[in-house]
Ligand binder design. Structure first.
Ligand code: ADP
Ligand code: ASP
Ligand code: MG
Length: 589
């Protein structure tokens, strides 16, 4: 075997290989690294907008192409670019071999157009690398147990690259794209966006899964699970880029603002309040492969509650069909939906220790006269649902409010020095498929109280006003949830340490009185937190939790999901039992 300095995976996105000159330019980067003594695996996307073109081409034949044939078609885009890339390297005098997903041995499940990687064999690639070749791997594709070609979902070449880096135990994965790093928000949405020098796996997981399209969020799942350091850089200019790695501790409260523009809200009205109602709904959505996000159930009055959730716009027809049928069975009053909403989220690891972060966001949105329809928070993010027409304005307001406009990130990316590889999660060793949901832990916190405002007027700024006063009372708020308003009235719930309950109640009563609202509280609630990787990207995690609790007759009062954590509140008396039920459901010791 030829000795080598480091093993590197370089990934070039569509714009970076859009024409022959760009392919040659990208190939030179790989050649340079190889000449410096590194083993190099290159992962390439289809040229330019080729995948879009292929999708359109299929659309000219039929409105409903079969997913298998679509994968067969889409995978050809990458086959073109890898071969050209290899030719470019060969013409520079380098040994280079292009390989399809099947030739590498990227085995996936059979869910065409959104397949998940189960395993990757490394023998062939290792052999070629050891023989001194640069390996050019087709991104975005694999093959299923029956030998069918599969694709990983749009943007999936990032996932191929990081997954290959993981199995090859590469020193790092370099993502070359059309921006020079990860920005505080999409620079094409807001020109005040600033480049981050470093961002943690958890922050990037949240940003990507909440809409930051710069990285396929599943690639960051691999990075976190297998401890792969990533550097995101421009293909076209030299620069430090952004380092995504584990354990970076930035002192920023908020690292970025993400926008998911094509969201839709669905609400089931007046669901008779009984354990198992949510389970029926979310089980059917999950079994049809529909991922739901922002799940919010209001506290309900008169024995009924509303359940609202968001899905991406493309899932609306299927989600409505399923929801209508379940709503009928549950004897709910009806189903409403709004296809013109957007989700704006702030993300930052530093949020855990900061106070008043959500209040600052609500305040900024209120000052911009933006009405917030729904709110959910988790430890390192706050998400709000707004009208799509307000999306950009909301991003800008939040971005400014946290001092991110023109922000200079002084954390230092350890680019030149090999990045310290972290230990992969212990749980990964037990996974059957590489991309399976990885649940690490489930914990119970009995230290919180829940306060709910009902009948708040649904006007811009109501959440801001509430949390400004809560902040003034010196209360340290943990979870915040605002359900979708009905008849012009909104409901907001939040948790505080149980020791602050009396103060919280006094403040809440004050706030409620001046607004014609009412308050209720639960003096002691049990908060169960399940942590892991891939919680939002795997359809049905929420349901995995609803089902066994419903079977045990335990009602969930509040739920919030993020990519790395799901929190649920249940009555305190069910805390211990819920913990053991969930530990069993998620096969935790
Ligand atoms: P590639 O084809 O190289 O995979 P993508 O188009 O998938 O490139 O991703 C790069 C794009 O991601 C950028 O052009 C930018 O508009 C968008 N983007 C969204 N959010 C961010 C962000 N937070 N930082 C940088 N770019 C972002
Ligand atoms: N070519 C695929 C797409 O356009 C995969 C990728 O570029 O990451 O979605
Ligand atoms: Mg991409």
């Amino acid at each position: 075997m030829k000795p080598f300095m480091a093993r590197v995976v370089q990934k070039f996105g569509g714009t970076s290989v859009a024409d022959p000159e760009k392919i040659v330019r990208a190939a030179k980067k790989a050649a340079l690294r190889h000449a410096a003594g590194d083993q190099v695996v290159v992962v390439v996307s289809a040229m330019g907008k080729q995948t879009d073109l292929l999708v359109r081409l299929a659309g000219q034949i039929t409105d409903s192409p079969s997913a298998r044939e679509l994968d067969m078609l889409l995978s050809t885009g990458e086959q073109v670019s890898v071969s050209l890339f290899a030719m470019a390297l060969q013409s520079m005098g380098h040994k280079a071999v292009s390989l399809t997903g099947g030739q590498i041995g990227i085995r996936t499940d059979s869910s065409h157009t959104r397949a998940r990687i189960q395993s990757i064999s490394t023998d062939h690639v290792r052999g070629l690398l050891e023989g001194g070749a640069i390996v050019i791997a087709a991104g975005f594709q694999g093959f299923d147990p029956d030998g069918n070609i599969t694709t990983l979902g749009r943007g999936g070449s990032d996932t191929t690259a990081v997954a290959l880096a993981a199995v090859l135990n590469a020193d790092r994965c370099e993502i070359y794209t059309d921006v020079d790093g990860i920005y505080t928000t999409d620079p094409r949405v807001h020109c005040g966006a600033a480049r981050l020098a470093t961002v943690s796996h958890d922050e990037m997981l949240e940003l990507a899964s909440l809409g930051a399209g710069v990285m396929h969020s599943r690639s960051i799942e691999f990075a976190k699970k297998f401890g792969v350091p990533i550097i995101v850089r421009s293909s076209f200019e030299d620069g430090p880029g952004t380092e995504i790695s584990s354990g970076l501790t930035s002192r920023r409260t908020v690292s970025g603002v993400a926008l998911a523009k094509d969201e839709a809200r669905v609400t089931v009205e007046d669901v008779p309040d009984q354990p198992g109602a949510s389970h029926q709904l979310f089980a059917e959505l999950a079994s049809n492969g529909i991922s739901v996000d922002m799940i919010i159930q209001n506290a309900g009055t008169g024995g009924t509650a509303d359940i609202s959730f968001t899905v991406t716009n493309q899932d609306v027809p299927a989600a409505l069909e399923i929801t209508n049928s379940v709503a009928g069975r549950l004897r709910a009053a009806g189903v409403t939906h709004d296809p013109d909403v957007a989700k704006v989220s702030i993300v930052g690891s530093g949020m855990v220790d900061a106070e008043g972060v959500a209040a600052t966001m609500f305040d900024a949105l209120s000052a911009a006269k933006i009405n917030v329809h729904m709110i959910t928070t988790s430890e390192i993010k706050v998400s709000v649902l707004v009208d799509r027409k307000n999306a950009q304005k909301s991003v800008e307001a939040a971005h400014k409010a946290f001092g991110l406009d023109g922000f200079v990130d002084e954390s230092f990316p350890g680019d030149a020095a090999p990045v310290q590889k972290s230990d992969p999660l212990e749980v990964v060793r037990r996974l059957e498929g590489m991309e399976d949901l990885a649940i690490e832990d489930c914990q119970l916190d009995m230290s919180q109280a829940l306060v709910t405002f009902m009948n708040l007027p649904d006007t811009p700024g109501v959440a801001a006003a509430v949390f400004e006063e809560v902040g003034r009372a010196g209360l340290n708020v943990d979870m915040i949830v605002q359900s979708f308003p009905r008849n012009g009235r909104a409901e907001i719930s939040f948790t505080v340490p149980a020791s602050d309950r009396q103060r919280a109640l006094a403040a809440a009563k004050n706030i409620a009185q001046t607004r014609g609202a009412e308050t209720t509280d639960v003096p002691e609630v049990a908060k169960l937190s399940i942590t892991g990787v891939g919680i939002r990207s795997h359809a049905g995690v929420a349901d995995k939790l609803f089902a066994p609790l419903a079977d045990a007759g335990i009602n969930i009062d509040l739920i919030s999901t993020s990519e790395v954590r799901v929190n649920v509140l249940v009555a305190a008396e069910h805390g211990e039992r819920s913990l053991s039920i969930l530990r069993t459901a998620f096969e935790l010791k």
